[in-house]
Design a protein around this ligand. Structure first.
Ligand code: DON
Length: 314
């Protein structure tokens, strides 16, 4: 079945919510960032923003959460806007097959991260977009961009999360120093990580996030605001990187089960794109062993099955 009818879709997401309800709280909330460990694991929300502007919601769709690595989609978009294809001289676009915070490939590959979504790659992107700015200015630019995408000024950086991550960010410090030792970062490590930690600490609801991702579902143009964010080709390419790399070493499994470009964050959110149809955000804080939302992935699998939205459907 393929459906874009709003009544059907609302029934589908209500049914997914009801089916998963007894399992809310499953998975393991990220606790390596202490501020994230405080989040109630039983939250669950989903929002679907259709290409024609209809918005469907269930559960905690309007509760803000830490978007974490989902921010990497937006900073990649900014970097491609500033540097075009030159971005790919600094990061690859191949799946890593490794954990999001892995350091192992970096030495073999001369300090060039596999893709912009693993931590090393996203830190490199933060370094790129920082050029010509202070960290504070760049954090402001990222926040303004996300507000513009979501058409919502009520989006903020959660400073407690940013501080909490900075205080415990030894792995990211190691990754950044390692890349700087290869001459692969242009700015001091504390500047680059200042940007990176704050982008990860942006708090958004599923509804805001799904609005922000709509340009990727609509050939680069946000049909609600009328703004062209990126070209059609670039939107397609960002979706391709999301599909192949958006869930780290769980990317193959996500493509197999859901069949949509997606990007997860350790806050338990996932942004998924059904090209030509909808932008979808789901939030359930409990993670699976790859650091991706356990029930969020399952909810998207159910949605893709019930709507026929997989990019691999004929
Ligand atoms: O760098 C970190 O560890 C976090 N700020 C972001 C990691 C993340 O969201 C990985 N995603 N599943």
């Amino acid at each position: 079945m393929r459906t874009d009818r709003p009544a059907d879709l609302q029934a589908i997401i209500d049914e997914i919510h009801a089916t998963l309800k007894s399992r809310f709280g499953e998975g393991k909330v990220a606790d390596y960032i202490p501020q994230l460990a405080r989040v109630d694991p039983k939250h669950f929300g989903m929002a679907v923003v259709m290409a024609d502007g209809r918005v469907l919601r269930c559960g905690d769709a309007d509760v803000a959460f830490s978007i974490q690595s989902i921010s990497k989609v937006f900073t990649l978009t900014i970097a491609l806007g500033k540097y075009g294809e030159n971005v790919w001289k600094r990061v690859g676009r191949e799946p890593s097959g490794s954990a999001f915070n892995s350091i192992v490939q970096l030495e073999h590959e001369g300090g060039i991260p596999r893709n912009p979504f693993i931590n090393a790659g996203a830190i490199t992107i933060s370094d790129l977009i920082l050029s010509g700015h202070t960290p504070k200015e760049e954090i402001g630019e990222i926040l303004r961009f996300v507000r513009h995408l979501a058409n919502d000024d009520d989006i903020h950086v959660d400073r407690d999360v940013a501080r909490s991550e900075a205080a415990t960010g030894n792995r990211n410090l190691a990754l950044a120093h390692f890349m700087r030792s290869f001459g692969r970062l242009d700015h001091p490590v504390d500047y680059v990580l200042g940007v990176y930690f704050h982008q990860c600490a942006i708090a958004m609801s599923c509804a805001q996030l799904a609005h922000a991702g709509l340009y990727l579902a609509c050939n680069g143009r946000n049909p609600l605001s009328g703004h062209t964010v990126v070209s059609e080709q670039r939107a397609r390419r960002i979706n391709a990187v999301m599909l192949t790399c958006g869930h780290y070493d769980g990317s193959g499994d996500f493509a197999y089960r859901v069949g949509l470009p997606g990007k997860s964050g350790v806050g338990g959110g996932i942004l998924a794109i059904a090209p030509g149809r909808a932008s979808i955000a789901v939030w359930s804080p409990g993670l699976n062993s790859n650091g991706n939302s356990a029930l969020g992935s399952l909810a998207l699998e159910m949605l893709a099955q019930r709507t026929g939205w997989s990019v691999f459907s004929g």
